[in-house]
Design a protein around this ligand. Structure first.
Ligand SMILES: Nc1ncnc2c1ncn2[C@@H]1O[C@H](COP(=O)(O)OP(=O)(O)OP(=O)(O)O)[C@@H](O)[C@H]1O
Ligand code: NI
Length: 334
């Protein structure tokens, strides 16, 4: 792999919950190369968003990065550990080197400024351009993300745009300073399917033009297949499987990944099942409470392959060959 732009090693993030430090992300390793898209996937509460927020230390007050390093190579080629960077330097990285987009565009857009003003602001602050040049750059960015009549749209307020247009505008804002890394947390989840597909296409186009790395958070395996090169599957705060998307989908090496894949209906199957009155297969059992994780493998209580040894100790990520790894001690027997 070429030198990664992001190299997370041993990341543990804790939240203070009911007077106790609870590890919501544990011992996470993740690297992203320039031009590569890595997807984080897992059920609700598995720690995907906390991982993405930990990178730029955008955690709520009760959260902190307790262990590990977040190596980041900026556009100038300097590698720094974001977990240890001071607040000022980190702010510089946020608007400039790393762009972020979230599920609900209204949370990143400020309702009292026009769309154009909001995109122009980071360009003025981080790239030192004049008001006029920054305004022109903002209109160009709106055109780049496929917004028709961008000069007119730049003068409008967020509420005057449709949901899909707003998400395009937040992408324009995230790309304003030509970031080396884009963090996208469920950016298409709130949109209807057609718009969703358009936004995914747009991100892929922009990535091909700019060569940025993308960390893509989603609970949707279909989206992973569409957009990502590699995938990290999370369960109860830990990565349980990782590898190239094609390999993981063809040969999943962890029972949790297999369960996730079974719960995704094949095209048309969902409708057929619904007509037949059969519920979609889901993984039996529930996600354990992070404050009281079972001993050993966190997935063991839900796993039909679990044996005594699974409950003895948390399995390490085992190399299963072909750049794939699994936290299942029985991966060879699956
Ligand atoms: N503000 C908070 N206060 C207390 N616990 C929190 C808070 N935010 C997250 N958590 C806990 O941290 C864990 C990880 O949450 P996270 O948001 O990373 O999940 P996720 O994988 O992104 O899920 P989703 O698919 O629902 O977005 C969850 O168990 C959640 O209950
Ligand atoms: Ni989330």
């Amino acid at each position: 792999m070429p030198e990664p732009i992001l190299d997370i090693s041993g990341l543990t993030t804790v939240y203070r919950i009911a007077g106790k430090d609870v590890a919501v992300v544990q011992d996470l390793d993740l690297a992203i190369a320039p031009g590569e898209t890595v997807a984080l996937v897992g059920e609700s509460g598995s720690g995907k968003s906390v991982t993405s927020l930990s990178i730029l230390r955008l955690l709520p007050r009760i959260g902190r990065v307790a262990k590990g390093s977040v190596g980041f190579r900026s556009k100038s080629g300097v590698v720094r550990d974001l977990a240890r960077l001071d607040a000022d330097a980190l702010r510089q990285v946020r608007g400039n080197d790393v762009g972020m987009i979230f599920q609900e565009p209204m949370t990143s857009l400020n309702p009292v400024y026009t769309v154009g003003e909001q995109i122009a602001e980071p360009i003025r602050i981080h790239l030192g351009k004049s008001h006029k040049d920054a305004a022109a750059a903002a209109v160009q960015l709106l055109a780049d993300v496929g917004i028709p009549d961008p000069a007119r749209r730049a003068k409008q307020y967020p509420h005057e745009l449709s949901g899909g247009m707003r998400q395009r505008a937040t992408i324009a804002m995230a790309l304003a300073c030509d970031p080396a890394l884009l963090i996208a947390d469920e950016p298409t989840t709130a949109l209807d399917v057609t718009i969703q597909a358009q936004i995914l296409d747009l991100l892929q186009q922009l990535q091909a033009q700019r060569g940025m790395g993308i960390l893509f958070v989603t609970h949707n395996l279909g989206v992973v297949a569409e957009i990502a090169d590699r995938v990290a599957v999370m369960y109860a705060g830990r990565v349980v499987e990782t590898g190239r998307v094609a390999d993981v989908f063809a040969h999943p090496r962890h029972p949790y990944t297999i369960g996730l894949m079974r719960s995704v209906p094949r095209l048309g199957e969902a409708t057929l099942l619904k007509q037949a009155g059969t519920p979609l297969p889901t993984i039996p059992g529930t996600v354990p409470s992070l404050a009281r994780l079972p001993q050993g493998c966190s997935f063991a209580p839900r796993c039909s392959h679990a044996i005594e040894a699974c409950r003895a100790a948390v399995p390490p990520l085992l190399d299963t060959g072909n750049d794939q790894a699994s936290r299942c001690i029985r991966w060879q027997e699956l």
